[in-house]
Design a protein around this ligand. Structure first.
Ligand code: RM4
Ligand code: MN
Ligand code: MN
Length: 436
């Protein structure tokens, strides 16, 4: 989205320009060198840049505050107190990184009385609203019914109805905000064998999600997000892509599967899951993050950058093949407990865009030939060649041309934004555990 005069920029434009000026000579040099290298293998750097410039990834409102572990939370300075502060922080990310104009809200955390006003507020900051997320995995203070033993799959029809109602309210809010998708993740499951009837709980999930699906506007999509475990530690109702796919197929064309990179068993081949979902026309989108053990919600590309690349390799492949209906939505879903969330989200968004640019470099004709010839080594080398190409100058140039920062982190630190907002945002006193 082009910046208009009415939009407010949280970071001084002069500072951005000054920092960029210092870095332009090196960038020009690196870009020219990379351009020459790519031309040598028949790739037009300008074409790659154009394509990568079209990439966007939404920022999660719940990732903007400092997260915690199951044990404790250590609040940082100047944490956002509400959705208005969160939008201000999102505007910083967007101003410097440029590919993050979308913000994904989570209800009831981000609930306000006037959603039209919130939409205006976002617009002033150059932001738009991406998928809205429902929360039926924690209770609202004073709620008469509890989600302790489940929500959309609860044995009590009254609890299920309340969870459905909440999702419909999220859709209603999202319509005013300009969102066109609802993401449904439920923590429903069981912690002990025998606690829950597997088949019946899945049937209840279908019955509840059908009621939500029926309330979906015609131009909306419903993303079903699976997760292996946690908070349920024995069995989760929508634990894997198979359950998610079954549900999405049962619901209808507007229901699609959402892949959160942290929601699988450690050895699962996520890129293959992605390919399968693309193959059956049910890949809805992503929650990007990285992990070593479970749903660690670490910064994208921090632990397994090659895995992220292999996911993007499948995405670019599908785009090149013009797979009908292929239009995944990209979102970050991270929790930052030892870093400044703004810094982590900026670096993550830039990493995801950078990885996409790398995947654009794969020599697909060569790969196809190596696959047909069963040349395992050269096929793997073909992917590695793209992954090992440093495309940093391309994404830096994209940011510069879009009015952002060549080095977002350096500008952010130089701006002293965190210390400035800390002056008006009292230190949070919430120290309890909990992932968000
Ligand atoms: C879950 C899941 C959902 C997110 C919540 C906060 O593990 O990833 O997408 O909304 O966490
Ligand atoms: Mn997620
Ligand atoms: Mn998660």
């Amino acid at each position: 989205m082009a910046q208009t005069l009415t939009q407010r920029s949280p970071i001084d434009g002069e500072l951005v320009d000054a920092e960029n000026r210092n870095r332009v000579p090196a960038l020009e040099r690196d870009y020219a060198a990379l351009g020459e290298k790519l031309a040598g293998v028949g790739i037009d750097i300008e074409a790659v840049k154009r394509e990568a410039a079209g990439f966007t990834v939404a920022v999660p409102s719940w990732g903007i505050g400092t997260g915690g572990t199951r044990f404790a939370r250590f609040p940082g300075p100047g944490e956002p107190r509400n959705i208005h502060d969160k939008l201000a922080d999102c505007a910083v990310i967007r101003q410097l990184v440029r590919c993050t104009s979308g913000v994904s809200l989570h209800f009831p955390w981000d609930w306000v009385d006037d959603f039209a006003a919130l939409r205006d507020e976002a617009e002033q900051l150059g932001l738009v609203f991406d998928a809205v997320n429902s929360n039926t995995f924690s209770d609202r203070p004073g709620a008469s019914l509890s989600y302790k033993f489940g929500s959309l799959t609860h044995t009590d029809p009254a609890v299920r109805a309340a969870a459905v109602e909440h999702n419909l309210a999220c859709i209603a809010a999202g319509r005013v905000l300009g969102s066109t998708a609802l993401t449904v993740w439920v923590g429903d499951g069981s912690s002990f064998p025998g606690q829950q009837h597997f088949r019946r709980s899945f049937d209840r999930y279908l019955e509840s999600t059908r009621a939500i699906y029926a309330g979906l506007p015609a131009d909306w999509r419903m993303y079903l997000e699976h997760k292996l475990f946690e908070p349920a530690f024995y069995a989760t109702v929508i634990a894997d892509w198979g359950s998610s796919l079954l549900a999405a197929q049962a619901l209808g064309p507007q229901a699609l599967c959402l892949v959160d990179l942290g929601h699988h068993a450690p050895t699962v081949n996520i890129e293959m899951i992605v390919a399968r979902l693309i193959g059956c026309g049910k890949l809805g989108g992503f929650h990007f993050n990285d992990s070593k053990y479970g749903d660690d919600d670490l910064d994208s590309g921090a632990i397994q950058p090659y895995r992220l690349f292999l996911v993007f390799n499948e995405l670019v492949d599908a785009a090149r093949d013009a797979v009908p209906g292929f239009a995944p939505a990209y979102m970050l879903d991270q929790s930052h407990n030892v870093t400044d969330p703004i810094e982590s989200l900026m670096v993550s968004a830039a990493t995801v865009q950078r990885t996409y640019a790398q995947a654009l470099l794969v020599d697909r004709a060569a790969l196809d030939t190596y696959q047909r010839d069963n040349d395992a080594l050269m096929a793997s080398q073909t992917l590695k060649a793209a992954f090992e190409t440093d495309v940093t100058p391309i994404v830096q140039r994209i940011r510069l041309e879009a009015g952002g920062a060549i080095d977002p982190l350096a500008v952010y630190r130089a701006s002293d934004y965190r210390r400035r907002v800390a002056a008006s945002r009292p230190k949070s006193t919430s120290l309890g555990g909990g992932i968000v």
